[in-house]
Design a protein around this ligand. Structure first.
Ligand code: CP
Ligand code: NVA
Length: 302
């Protein structure tokens, strides 16, 4: 039987994303007292790239579910000396109950999942960040209520986090607007596929157009892990800074999200990050509740 992988929102079985978000709300409401959902289980966490939130929130999530973790950097493993992903997946499946991986190569993570006999969770690739989007949508619902018909305006680089929002829009019924420079747009095939699936998505080259009347304004760093063209990115993305003037174009009730880490006064100003519409630290906390729900799904407990 295929394990309950959490690799791409778009390939989850129908209804799972909604179920995971509902579980995250319920787990948050139940508090941080440990449960037995993962009693006796161990999550391995492999990091090819740095992490603060993903690492600590998954570790706390496993502790609160009654289980434990083993953390390793890719550079410390035989992967760094050429052992194949498929052999590593087979071996790790004999040791632990689930594996969370952060690696840039999305196809590599999928290859690992294909050969693992325990659940594999995507802790970020160059193409997607599904655990982040669960936490973000929990945050939107707790601040603004139901998602259907809400408008989420993404401003900046059309990166992994941006692309993952669109995967959730169909199952959950919200609308997405992307404001990006042409050079860093969400790929046209992703936009076309979303539209073909009935998702309302618009693309803009003006941040103000995308944000007008939006419920949620969200951005991310201009230079993601693995990006080499930092100087060009700063030049082309400068008009996409989220500042108070831009936030004023959204609904008065709008919230601001950022997966963090933020580069203050680049993609977002201090005034917005620390302002009354910012939900970024709730969003960061919600990573723990989201991870607990994702792990409960992986372990077949929800
Ligand atoms: N948002 C996020 O994934 O943060 P980390 O890179 O610190 O894990
Ligand atoms: N887009 C960023 C997200 C970091 C959590 C990156 O990939 O570096």
């Amino acid at each position: 039987m295929t394990p309950n992988h959490f690799v791409e929102l778009s390939t989850l079985p129908s209804g799972v994303l909604r179920k995971v978000i509902d579980a995250a709300h319920a787990m948050k409401a139940a508090g941080r007292t440990p449960t037995t959902v993962a009693a006796g289980k161990t999550l391995a966490m492999l990091f090819e790239k740095p992490s603060t939130r993903t690492r600590f929130s998954f570790d706390m999530a496993m502790r609160e579910l009654g289980g434990g973790t083993i953390v390793a950097a890719g550079s410390e493993m035989q992967l760094s000396r050429g052992e194949s992903l498929s052999d590593t997946a087979r071996v790790m499946s004999r040791y632990v109950d689930a594996v969370m991986i952060r690696m840039l190569d999305h196809d590599g993570l999928k290859e690992f999942a294909e050969h693992a006999t325990v659940p594999v969770i995507n802790g970020l690739t160059r193409d997607s960040h599904p655990c982040q989007i669960v936490a973000d949508l929990v945050t939107v619902e707790e601040r603004l209520g139901p998602l259907p018909e809400r408008t989420i305006a993404w401003v900046g680089d059309g990166n992994n986090v941006a692309r993952t929002f669109i995967e959730a829009a169909g199952p959950l019924g919200f609308q997405v607007r992307f404001a990006t420079p042409d050079a860093y747009a969400v790929p046209a095939d992703i936009i076309a596929a979303a539209r073909a699936n009935g998702i309302t998505v618009t693309t803009h080259t003006s941040a103000a157009d995308a944000v007008a009347g939006a419920d949620v304004v969200v951005t991310d760093t201009w230079v993601s892990m693995g990006d080499a063209d930092a100087q060009e990115r700063h030049r082309l993305l400068a008009p996409f800074q989220v500042n108070e003037a831009l936030m004023a174009k959204a609904l008065p009730s709008a919230i601001f999200l950022h997966c963090l880490p933020a580069h203050r006064n680049e993609e977002v100003t201090d005034a917005v990050m620390d302002g009354p519409q910012s939900a970024v630290f709730d969003e960061a906390e919600n990573r723990v509740h989201a991870q607990k729900a994702i792990l409960a799904y992986a372990f077949g407990a929800i």
